[in-house]
Design a protein around this ligand. Structure first.
Ligand code: NAD
Ligand code: MG
Length: 398
């Protein structure tokens, strides 16, 4: 088979590092065209030495210069071209040399390069759920128009994708599907007294029981806004109505999600909680390749538990149902307010339990627009950020 080259957006993050570990197991199948990072120049330099990408991208000119110094070996020409800034991200996402683009930037910053990859017809491995939440209609239209492939890396959506028929063409009814069930671990505060949530620290919120992840998604898992974003992600990826997607708590994170069919069958995907499995599946689909993940030992796991989701404990999920039902730019408003709230919580400017309350206030204050242009989506994102920041500044929080 011909060797394929990858652009890895967000190479220095948790998903980025896991992707490089899978790629390293298959040097005959995959090589690296471009690696991108925001600020972590040291880690990016290590990755460049190991994977020798043709291009590396950072955010600022000063970091590009630091990377150049770190990679310079006296007497030898630099193997890697170094670029910087948001336009460079779009450039490597659409570059003809790269057949595959891993979208693993966290948050709204990933939207433009993911859209660029979609317009260029790439095989996109989508971890950056915020991009799809913000601009579901635009991104799905771009994928359809260019013939790009959008393969979910998020473990739940990867599990749903694996549990749907291979010939699935985004029509649940024709495939005989009655429901999609996303599983949720419940995060670190599943059993914490509700009155204690006001005192939760960023360190506690980032300590997920089953997964090692970046700080933003870790806080999202603790509020369960992560599951809310995943509900919206599932509606776009599988053309489902919000009523067709439900959420069940499964604290062991072994069943990654499931699909129920009209005949009563339920097909689920199981595995150790390790992102290298969905990454390997999305990389090689429809083939299967080794991921480095150990085999699942069910007797060692012992028991699998399931319980209903308590929306009073996790109001963020209700906000996400409200946003996807409202449509237009409502999910972009939800996402941006959440990004601002999570950053403010991590910096000590607001309490954990104020996160969903702040998002609700922003959603009440702003009226959604159609959301069918990139300018419209970015405008909604900016309005929501400004509104959330003002509420935090004025301490106008419950
Ligand atoms: P992370 O914080 O570990 O890494 C984020 C990456 O994005 C880093 O490489 C960083 O340099 C880059 N980045 C951050 N801000 C940027 C900006 N403004 N411009 C350019 N690059 C920027 O996050 P992660 O845990 O790897 O998650 C990445 C994405 O994958 C998120 O959207 C998350 O929701 C999704 N995801 C993660 C997991 C997981 O297990 N970690 C699971 C499912 C989905
Ligand atoms: Mg997930």
């Amino acid at each position: 088979m011909t060797r394929q080259l990858l652009t890895l957006l967000g190479a220095t993050g948790t998903i980025g590092c896991n992707t490089l570990e899978v790629v390293a197991l298959h040097p005959e199948r995959y090589g690296v065209f471009a690696l991108t990072a925001h600020r972590n120049v040291e880690k990016l330099a290590q990755q460049c030495r190991r994977f020798a990408p043709r291009v590396a991208v950072v955010d600022h000119a000063a970091d590009a210069e630091r990377l150049r110094l770190l990679l310079t070996v006296p007497g030898t020409p630099l193997e890697t071209e170094i670029l910087y800034g948001p336009d460079a991200l779009c450039q490597v996402a659409a570059a003809p040399e790269a057949a595959i683009v891993m979208a693993a930037i966290v948050g709204a910053a990933g939207l433009a390069p993911t859209l660029a990859a979609a317009r260029a017809g790439k095989r996109i491995l989508l971890a950056n759920k915020e991009a799809l939440v913000m601009s579901g209609a635009l991104l799905m239209d771009a994928v359809r128009a260019s013939g790009a492939a959008l393969l979910p890396v998020d473990s739940e959506h990867n599990a749903v994708f694996q549990s749907l028929p291979h010939h699935y063409s985004r029509q649940l009814a024709i495939a005989g599907v009655s429901r999609i069930t996303l599983t949720a671990s419940g995060g670190p505060f599943l059993h914490r007294a509700l009155s204690d949530l006001a005192r939760v620290t960023p360190e506690e919120a980032c300590k997920h029981p089953n997964w090692v992840m970046g700080r933003k998604i870790s806080v999202d898992s603790a509020t369960m806004m992560n599951k809310g974003l995943e509900l919206i992600e599932a509606c776009w990826l599988f053309e489902a109505q919000p009523e067709q997607v439900d959420i069940v708590i499964h604290p062991e994170s072994i069943v990654h999600s499931m699909v129920a069919y009209v005949d009563g069958s339920v097909i689920a995907q199981l595995g150790c909680p390790d992102m290298r499995t969905p990454i390997a599946y999305a990389l090689a689909f429809p083939e299967r390749i080794a991921s480095g993940v150990p085999a699942l030992d069910l007797p060692a796991v012992g028991a699998l538990h399931f319980q209903a989701l308590d929306l009073q404990r996790f109001p963020a999920v209700s906000l996400a149902y409200r946003a996807i039902r409202t449509g237009g730019t409502a999910p972009a408003i939800l996402n941006a307010a959440n990004e601002v709230a999570v950053a403010a919580f991590l910096e000590g400017h607001m309490r954990f339990d104020q996160i969903p309350a702040l998002i609700a206030r922003v959603m009440d204050a702003l009226s959604p627009e159609p959301g069918d242009t990139l300018a419209g989506v970015l405008e909604a994102d900016a309005r929501s950020r400004a509104c959330a920041a003002a509420l935090i500044r004025e301490q106008a929080l419950p």
